[in-house]
Design a protein around this ligand. Structure first.
Ligand SMILES: [Cu+2]
Length: 121
């Protein structure tokens, strides 16, 4: 009888403990996901700060037409089609500030459509 009534308590305690652990580990288990939207002629957010060695997934969505993202120094390049979010996974391996450009001509402001990545230690 005593054992029976203690079981739910033990179970709840374990559940609580496992939930407490969750915020500690996700950085190692799953890459950080950052949503970025593209539209003529900007990326939002336009600047992102990342950590060197920390895996990241940029989830890129276009609001209007086909755009692209190219960050030459980091070897990144992808197209971003409207209505079709693109996941760009990478792990920054150097620090610095890198400017990505839209890689698909999208109109008069195309040349100034940039996404700046600050990569820190
Ligand atoms: Cu463009």
């Amino acid at each position: 009888m005593k054992l029976k009534s203690a079981l739910p308590t033990v179970f709840l305690a374990m559940l609580a403990a496992s939930q407490l652990l969750v915020p500690v580990t996700p950085a190692e288990l799953a890459p950080r996901r950052i949503e970025v939207t593209a539209k003529r002629f900007q990326f939002t957010p336009a600047e992102i700060t990342l950590k060197k060695g920390e895996p990241v997934v940029l989830v890129l969505s276009s609001m209007d037409t086909t755009h692209g993202l190219q960050v030459k120094e980091l070897g990144l390049e992808t197209k971003i089609h409207k209505g079709q979010p693109t996941e760009l996974a990478f792990t920054p391996d150097k620090t610095g500030t890198f400017v990505g450009h839209c890689s698909v001509f999208c109109g008069s402001g195309h040349g100034s459509m940039t996404l700046t990545l600050h990569i820190v230690e």
